[in-house]
Design a protein around this ligand. Structure first.
Ligand code: IFM
Length: 471
C-alpha cells in the first residue's frame, strides 16, 4: 500500500522501538574523506596529503583528491541530506584550510565552512562541527606533530579562528574525533599518517591531544556561549577469551586501558587510570603531565560522542616483535567471536554497543551520550536498473539501532545517532574501495545515488522509531 493511503494507526502498528522525543538523527563525514580540492583557496598540505604520496601507504595509490568533490558540490549534498530528512550533519573542519601550515588565518578557508553551515541551517539541519578529524597541517608535523606540546597551543589558535567566524551559529562542537587513532595508528603502528612507529611518541601524542581537547573546550566556553561542546571517542568493549585465565584477563585489562580508559578517565574523571600510569611510565607518560593539565582536560562536557563499530576479544598469545598499537603488550591475540564480517573484515556485533553505552552509564559520571559514528562497509552492487539494494547495511543499521534502543531502556542517556557515513568516501589507508555510505558515489562522474539503506534510514527518522520486524 502506498504510504500516502495508510492511516496513522496502520503506521503505528508497524513502528516499534520509538526513540525519545527530540532524539537527534544524523549522518557523519570528515573533511579529508570527502572534500577534495586539496590545493585550492589557500589550503596547505595536511599529514594525510603527505602520507598518500608514500608508495604503498594507501591502497591503490588513492589520495584525497578529488574524493567526493564535496568542496564544490556541498549544495547538492545538503539537498540530499534534506531529502533524507536528516536532523543533523556531523562534519569536520580542515585545519589546513583555516590556518594553512598552522600559521595565519586564511579567510577563504573559513568562507567554505560558513557557506556550508548557512546552507545546512537554511535546510533546518543542525551543523555539528568537529575541529579535528586527523588532518594536522604537515608543517606542524615537521615541528614534531602531536609529540610536541606546542601543537596543542597551535590547535587552540586554530579553534579560536573557527569560533570567531562560526561561533554564533554552530550549535554543537566536538574537539576531536577518535584521538586514539591519531595517537596510536599515527605514531605507534604507523598505519595512519604521519606513519611513525615510536611508542614514546604515541604516548606523548595521547597527552597532547587531550591537552588540546581541554584548550578547545575552554575556547568554546569563551567564544561560543550558546554552543554545546564535547569530544568523540572510539570505544570498544574488551573481553578476555577465557575469563578464567589470568593471562587473558591481563591482556584484556591492558587493551581496555589503552583503547578506552586512557581517554575516558582523564576527560570524565580528571585522572589517568592508575594502571595506565604504571604501564606507560617507561614511555614517559608522567613527565608529560604539567600542573593544571588535568583540570583543563576534565572540564565538564555537554556531550560525549561514542563511535562504535565492534568489540575486541583478546587472549594472551606468543610474544611478537614489530610495530603495534598496544604499547608494552607484545603478546595480545585478537580472536574472532564467529560473527559475520563487513567488507572491512570487522565482525558485526550489535550487543557490544549496549555494553559500551551501559558501561559509560554505570562506571562514569553522568554525561549526555550521542552515537557519533556507527556504520559498515559492504561491497555494494549496482543493479541493472541503477538501484543499490544494500540489505546487509540495512540489517546492520537495524540491529545497531535496536541495540541503541535497548541501552536507552537500561537507563542510558542516549540522545542521538549519526550513521557513518553519509557518502562513500576515502577510507584512509584502505582508499576508496571500502564503501560505508548510505549514498553511493561514482568516483568517475561524482554521481550520488541514495542506496536502499538511505531510504530505510529516512523512514526511521520520519517515524522516530524502528519497524516492528527486523530489517
Ligand atoms: O572512516 C572512519 C572515520 O574517519 C573514523 N571512524 C571510523 C570510520 C570507519 O573506519
Amino acid at each position: 500500500m502506498p504510504d500516502e493511503v495508510r492511516s496513522t494507526s496502520d503506521v503505528e502498528e508497524e513502528v516499534a522501538h520509538r526513540f525519545p522525543p527530540g532524539f537527534v538523527w544524523g549522518a557523519a563525514t570528515a573533511a579529508f574523506q570527502i572534500e577534495g580540492s586539496t590545493t585550492v583557496d589557500g589550503r596547505s598540505d595536511s599529514i594525510w596529503d603527505e602520507f598518500c604520496r608514500r608508495p604503498g601507504a594507501v591502497k591503490a595509490g588513492d589520495t584525497g583528491d578529488p574524493a567526493t568533490d564535496h568542496y564544490r558540490q556541498y549544495e547538492r549534498d545538503v539537498a540530499l541530506m534534506a531529502e533524507l530528512g536528516l536532523g543533523a550533519y556531523r562534519f569536520s573542519i580542515a585545519w589546513p584550510r583555516v590556518r594553512p601550515d598552522g600559521g595565519a588565518v586564511n579567510q577563504r578557508g573559513l568562507d567554505f565552512y560558513e557557506r556550508l553551515v548557512d546552507r545546512l541551517l537554511e535546510n533546518n539541519i543542525a551543523p555539528w562541527a568537529t575541529f579535528y578529524h586527523w588532518d594536522l597541517p604537515q608543517a606542524l608535523e615537521e615541528r614534531g606533530g602531536w609529540t610536541n606540546r606546542d601543537t596543542a597551543y597551535r590547535y587552540a589558535d586554530y579553534v579560536d579562528a573557527v569560533l570567531r567566524r562560526l561561533g554564533d551559529r554552530v550549535p554543537v562542537y566536538t574537539t576531536f574525533n577518535e584521538p586514539w587513532c591519531s595517537a596510536f595508528l599515527g605514531y605507534a603502528s604507523g598505519i595512519h599518517a604521519p606513519g611513525r612507529t615510536e611508542p614514546r611518541a604515541a604516548v606523548a601524542a595521547v597527552h597532547h591531544l587531550l591537552l588540546a581537547h581541554g584548550l578547545g573546550m575552554a575556547a568554546v566556553r569563551e567564544l561560543a556561549l550558546k554552543a554545546d561542546a564535547g569530544v568523540t571517542l572510539n570505544l570498544f568493549p574488551v573481553a578476555a577469551a577465557d575469563p578464567d585465565s589470568p593471562a587473558d584477563r591481563e591482556v584484556a585489562r591492558l587493551v581496555d586501558g589503552m583503547q578506552n580508559r586512557i581517554f575516558l578517565d582523564p576527560v570524565l574523571c580528571g585522572q589517568y587510570p592508575p594502571d595506565m600510569v604504571e604501564h606507560l611510565a617507561p614511555y614517559g607518560l608522567v613527565e608529560l603531565i604539567k600542573e593544571g593539565d588535568l583540570d583543563l582536560i576534565s572540564a565538564p562536557l555537554d556531550l560525549l560522542g561514542v563511535n562504535y563499530y565492534r568489540g575486541h576479544l583478546v587472549a594472551a598469545g606468543e610474544p611478537r616483535t614489530g610495530p603495534t598499537d598496544w604499547i608494552g603488550v607484545d603478546n595480545v591475540d585478537f580472536l574472532s567471536s564467529g560473527m559475520p564480517l563487513t567488507d572491512s573484515g570487522w565482525e558485526v556485533q550489535p550487543p557490544g554497543l549496549v555494553d559500551v553505552l551501559v558501561r559509560l552509564h554505570e562506571e562514569y559520571p553522568p554525561v549526555a551520550l550521542h552515537i557519533t559514528e556507527n556504520g559498515a562497509a559492504y561491497r555494494d552492487v549496482i543493479d541493472a536498473d541503477g538501484t543499490i539494494n544494500d540489505l546487509d547495511r540495512i540489517a546492520f543499521l537495524d540491529a545497531h539501532l535496536r541495540a541503541a534502543h535497548t541501552a536507552i531502556e537500561h537507563g542510558v542517556d542516549l540522545r542521538g545517532y549519526f550513521y557513518w557515513s553519509l557518502l562513500d568516501n576515502f577510507e584512509w589507508a584502505e582508499g576508496y574501495a571500502k564503501r560505508f555510505g548510505i549514498v553511493h558515489v561514482d568516483y568517475t562522474t561524482q554521481l550520488r545515488t541514495p542506496k536502499r539503506s538511505a531510504r530505510w534510514y529516512s523512514k526511521v527518522i520520519a517515524d522516530n522509531g524502528l519497524p516492528r520486524a527486523a530489517g
